[in-house]
Design a protein around this ligand. Structure first.
Ligand code: F0G
Length: 462
């Protein structure tokens, strides 16, 4: 078998620079040791997120030039709506400026104080929107999803028994809807099987509870189903996506992921009353229903991007990249979440830095070490991002301490990933020297974006 090559060639380039280790240490200190507060220019390989960071295709740029900026009923809106409907089959389509705007409209319209919203794993913005509306966001991930070594093919699945007991415990009236996130970003980018989506829908339908799909990475999930689930090998990714959405009553989407766009999102639903209520809020918060929070040219880029994300050659290459990096890391003995997820490699910081206690944030230790070693920017998904406080105000550790290296779509080539592997190897060799951290400033919601850290005594990594 020959090397799987990037199924594109490069037409426009953007320079990246590598600043010295000393300058990186200075830059991190100026950023209060939080990589979210760095200047992007000081990062050589930026794997902070796969959200909005992708490269657009010639077809997308051409479509942008066709953007119709009419306030109401623009041609670009019609293209966008037709594309979203072709993929999802869902009736009401509301464009938003990004995924969390869709979540906020969903939560504000439907979630009351004391409500419970189950999900396989809530992403941080989803949780924040639900909790801001007075609800409680609960994660009902299957047990294998929490085991970084388990090689099950669909570790993003929801635990059906836990879902049934959650409904029995709280009662269906307290659950205005349940969600399922494809792929499961918070748990390693692991996919959800079609069988699981069907079962979740069945249990919910028996109780009259609607299903909302968090669809950010629906095309990557469709590819996993195509590769791993019996009966889907001969189906196109579009057909698989259509079936996934056929089980949903509504969906939230960030087009910054599988829309292959730099901005955008949508909220869709079948129920007319929901549609009406969502639209009322959309007009106040985002804009007129035919543009939402977007310019006509954005709607065009998304309409093209959503279909490109469903091209098989693109998904083959994307998954090959993630697998290339994770296979090398396994060979090097670096603990990672296995099998490889769809959009990122997740390093197991809890294992790599086992001497650092969870509440001294081993994930931050690893993220900062990767930056200092090679200008690589990743993100902690552990006790800083998902940590919680109990009723007495005691901080609770997250179940896993992970570091996500998210791969922007169509941006980096294989030599960038070889460089990344060299940096990780250096950090891995010097892991005993890496320090833990304390938080010196934090906000109530989504603290990881802006909090300040103080380095604790380490063994001289920097
Ligand atoms: N749901 C999931 C599963 C996500 O991963 C994200 C964003 C959102 C919702 C919110 O979408 O950013 O457009 O408002 N995830 C990004 C990330 C930020 O880095 O994983 P948004």
């Amino acid at each position: 078998m020959k090397t799987i090559i990037e199924p594109f060639r490069i037409k426009t380039t953007e320079p990246i620079k590598i600043i010295s280790r000393q300058d990186r240490i200075k830059a991190l200190a100026n950023a209060n040791e939080n990589v979210f507060l760095l200047n992007a220019e000081d990062c050589s390989i930026d794997l902070l997120t796969d959200s909005g960071t992708g490269a657009m295709s010639t077809r997308q740029w051409a479509a942008m030039m066709m953007g119709d900026e009419s306030y109401a009923g623009s041609r670009s809106w019609i293209r966008f709506e037709e594309t979203v409907r072709q993929i999802t089959g869902i009736r009401h389509i509301l464009p938003t400026h990004q995924g969390r705007a869709a979540e906020s409209i969903l939560a504000e319209t439907l979630v009351k104080k004391g409500d419970i919203i189950p999900n396989n794993s809530h992403f941080d913005t989803t949780r924040a929107n639900i909790e801001y509306a007075g609800g409680t966001a609960v994660n009902l991930l299957c047990p294998e999803g929490g085991d970084a070594q388990d090689l099950s093919p669909f570790k993003g699945n929801m635990d059906i028994e836990k879902l049934k007991s959650c409904i029995a415990e709280h009662g269906k009236d307290k659950i205005p809807f349940a969600m399922i996130t494809v792929t499961n970003n918070a748990g390693g980018g692991q996919p959800v099987s079609m069988a699981n989506i069907r079962q979740v829908k069945q249990v919910l339908a028996q109780n009259g509870i609607p299903l909302v799909i968090d669809a950010c990475r629906f095309a990557e999930n469709a590819y996993f189903i195509h590769e791993r689930e019996e009966g889907f090998q001969d189906k196109s990714l579009l057909e698989i996506a259509r079936e996934m959405f056929s089980h949903a009553d509504a969906a939230t989407m960030s087009c910054k992921k599988d829309g292959l766009a730099n901005i955008g999102g949508f909220l869709i639903c079948n129920d007319d009353e929901w549609g009406q209520n969502f639209r009322n809020l959309l007009i106040i918060r985002e804009g007129f229903p035919t543009y939402g929070g977007l310019a006509g040219r954005d709607l065009e880029a998304i309409a093209v991007g959503l279909m490109e994300a469903l091209e098989i050659d693109y998904q083959v290459y994307r998954h090959a990249t993630v697998k290339y990096v994770s296979d090398r890391l396994v060979e090097m003995g670096v603990p990672i979440v296995r099998p490889a997820g769809g959009h990122a490699v997740f390093l197991n910081a809890g294992k790599i830095l086992e001497n650092i206690p969870a509440l001294q944030y081993p994930g931050i230790g690893l993220v900062n070490a990767l930056y200092i070693e090679g200008g690589v920017r990743g993100v902690e998904l552990g006790s800083v991002m998902f940590g919680r406080f109990d009723e007495k105000g005691n901080e609770q550790a997250a179940p896993l301490e992970l570091v996500r290296l998210a791969f922007p779509r169509r941006v980096y080539t294989q030599s960038h990933f070889d460089y990344l592997l060299e940096v990780i190897n250096q950090v891995w060799q010097n892991r005993q020297a890496i320090p833990g951290y304390a938080i010196t400033y934090q906000t109530r919601y989504l603290r990881h974006f802006t909090c300040h850290f103080k380095k604790l005594a380490g063994n001289g990594f920097y």
